[in-house]
Design a protein around this ligand. Sequence first.
Ligand SMILES: Nc1ncnc2c1ncn2[C@@H]1O[C@H](COP(=O)(O)OP(=O)(O)OP(=O)(O)O)[C@@H](O)[C@H]1O
Ligand SMILES: [Mg+2]
Length: 368
Amino acid sequence: MAISKLSLFSFRNHEKKEITFSKGITVIWGENGSGKTSLLEAIYILSLGKSFKTHKQSSVIKKGHTSYILKGDFSYGEITNSVAIQTNLNNTKTIKVNGKTIKNRKEIIGKNNVVVLSPEDQVITKGGPKERRLFFDRLFSIVDNDYLNTLQEFNRALKQRNALILNCKQTKGESFLPWEEKLSISAVKLWEIRKKCFSDYLKSLNNVVSEYQKDLILNVLYMEKTYKKEDFEKKLKQTRERDCLLGTTSHGPHRDNIKILWSGKDIREYGSQGEHKISLILLKLAEIHLIKQKTGKNPTILLDDVFAKLDLNRSKKLVSYLNSIKTEEKDPIQTIITTTDVLNVEQSGLILNNKDVKTHKLELSWNI
Ligand SMILES: Nc1ncnc2c1ncn2[C@@H]1O[C@H](COP(=O)(O)OP(=O)(O)OP(=O)(O)O)[C@@H](O)[C@H]1O
Ligand SMILES: [Mg+2]
């Protein structure tokens, strides 16, 4: 998969912009604030229907404007699919694929995959379990349709039970029962698929780690607390009173813990800065590997100012790994890189090894 063209209207600091991409490497460079990350964010939104930076869809609309429009052409060999997304200030969103409006965001998920590597993602190793759950939920939703459907069912049931919980005093016990049953069915299914997805992800991670650095030991520990459907229903009933005091459902897959272990130790507690950086790169390379394994296609890789934050040795290692992934046509995997300093990217060796390179310079505009 490769994105060939991106058009933006009233998106972040971009009023109107059109950019074409190489099938290999595209370097987008410009000063701080010139809109580099926003371009990657736009590609990500076209891929997943959501931003990686904010949950508030309307905050990405250019200040003073009432809606944004993004259009992207994604091609596979001879076939090109055009995805367009428009969001208004009141958060209403329209998604079109090849001119036809689609009803559910689900229809674009998993079709044009991207993997972002950005220093902001460091929360995956440094942050709490919520950040890691989000990372894995998104990835597993891309590679497994069943996961996405079950996660959505579970979230719907969870929302309903939480709404009842907030209204505990006025709600009779039996009103909880249908939602607790729905919640239990989807929770058990989600635990099952999640376990399988983690096992596949670990295979990808092991593969990537052994390619990247043989003596390194990196693991993801999924600490699931699984129940049978009937037992989980009982658990929900038992904890209802306490949940009412807490104002939320305290048990379920939405509370699963996931730990990243570096040499067997929890990286959150013991990891050095460098170990966090390497782990993040490896977790993302494993993401690329898993997407390729499951969908048969390489995702587009978006590297947001990554080389400025890595020492030369690590940059070169990353580049040598990326160069080792080839698409079926033996082209390099499509990579879009943002930087304030082209020299950083050149030094990493990425450009030297690839002839098919496009460069765009973004100018800083002050007329916001
Ligand atoms: N809704 C919006 N309307 C107008 N401008 C916005 C909006 N959201 C963000 N901006 C501005 O857009 C600019 C571009 O942000 P972006 O993060 O894309 O820059 P960047 O080139 O990646 O910068 P850096 O090199 O510092 O990472 C910033 O100045 C930001 O304040
Ligand atoms: Mg940026």
